[in-house]
Design a protein around this ligand. Structure first.
Ligand SMILES: *Cc1c(COP(=O)(O)O)cnc(C)c1O
Length: 351
């Protein structure tokens, strides 16, 4: 740290992204990217827009906002778009958590980092023993509630009826539902925004739309909440989404067939992977995301993590309470998963 940093950041512990290796080619199952390329129309749209990079992007992001509004059956003024959903979450933490924030003990590890950055009081609500989130635990918290649904890194889903309970029980607090993984088999809460003015749904094109490198995320909520995000954005980074990404996002929404094919493949590979891993003796949560969350009854997750790494396969392991004996494994192609199973067979055979 330099001597010029503001002292309020002295104790900040930043988010640690999964490794993005260069050089040695790994089977990369550690950051929940889509193993398939973006749709052909997405590549074409981004390339065409590249010739206009001399001009600022549209600060209203109209092309992408309109396409998202049409796709979700809402009005354009009920949609906000950002530079990845991490940016959208940052604006929410900065502006829409006046009394602090509440989230689960086991959830997306970016939430504590943002709470720290924004110096927010935090209520950590432990998941139950089985990693289940119970709506009854979300009452009288008096702060903005943030729920990843499906949750990360467990992949477990809260039914929309449970989200609705939490909305009803907390009318004076904003409830943010982070749906980064919703397209892999769960139900979206977007339809509830008409009835609940305390709901904000956040999404991303990083996982199910194969656009992690484009950085595109969004929020859907009633127009007053969306206007609030706009006020903050125009005070921070008015041209927050670049031209190529805006064009690419609209093109991604236009190709519903490619989208359905890709997520269908991942859902099928997930089912086969869960079966294979359970046959090998692993415990696995009921994941509805593009990853599985597993632990082995005899071999520690840390050991498996490092041995997989030596074998050229990257997965995610956290040295954190409750989950230090678990691994999160992104669903790759069938060939990538076969490579994982073969490596795991070897590792477990040498136990
Ligand atoms: C990946 C992820 C995000 C971040 O997505 P970006 O749009 O790439 O910033 C947000 N929330 C959860 C739960 C995620 O897993």
């Amino acid at each position: 740290m330099s001597r010029f940093i503001h002292p309020k950041f002295n104790a900040l512990s930043p988010y640690t992204p999964g490794e993005q290796p260069r050089g040695r080619s790994y089977v990369k199952l550690n950051t929940n990217e889509c193993p398939y390329p973006p749709a052909p129309g997405v590549i074409q749209a981004a390339c065409e827009e590249a010739g206009r990079l001399n001009l600022y992007s549209d600060p209203t992001c109209k092309q992408a906002v309109d396409a998202l509004a049409a796709a979700y059956g809402v009005q354009p003024d009920e949609v906000f778009v950002g530079n990845g959903s991490d940016e959208v979450l940052t604006l929410i933490f900065a502006a829409l958590c006046p009394n602090g924030v509440a989230y689960a003990d086991v959830t997306y590890s970016f939430y504590p980092v943002l709470a720290d950055l924004c110096a927010l009081p935090v209520a950590v609500v432990p998941l139950r023993e089985s990693f289940a989130l119970v709506p009854e635990d979300y009452v009288q918290l008096g702060r903005t509630i943030v729920i990843a649904n499906p949750n990360a890194p467990t992949g477990m889903v809260l039914p929309v009826s449970d989200i609705e309970k939490i909305l009803r029980w907390n009318p004076e607090n904003l409830v943010v539902v982070d749906e980064a993984y919703v397209d892999f088999g769960a139900e979206s809460a977007v339809s509830l925004i008409k009835r609940y003015d305390n709901l904000m749904v956040v999404g991303t094109f990083s996982k199910s739309r194969a656009m992690a490198g484009a950085r595109f995320g969004y929020a859907v909520a009633n127009r007053a909440l969306i206007a609030d995000l706009g006020r903050i954005k125009y005070s921070f980074n008015p041209y927050n989404v670049n031209r190529m990404t805006l064009a690419a996002a609209a093109a991604a929404l236009a190709d519903t067939e490619y989208f359905d094919t890709c997520r269908g493949k991942i859902i099928n590979t997930r089912a086969r992977s869960l079966q294979t891993l359970r046959d090998m003796g692993f415990d696995a949560t009921e994941s509805m995301a593009n990853f599985v969350f597993i632990s082995h009854p005899t071999m520690p997750a840390e050991t498996i993590f490092y041995r997989l790494r030596e074998a050229g396969i990257l997965v995610r392991w956290w040295n954190k309470p409750r989950i230090s004996n678990h691994l999160r494994v992104t669903i790759g192609t069938d060939e990538e998963m076969d490579a994982l199973f073969a490596a795991l067979q070897k590792i477990l055979a040498n136990e």
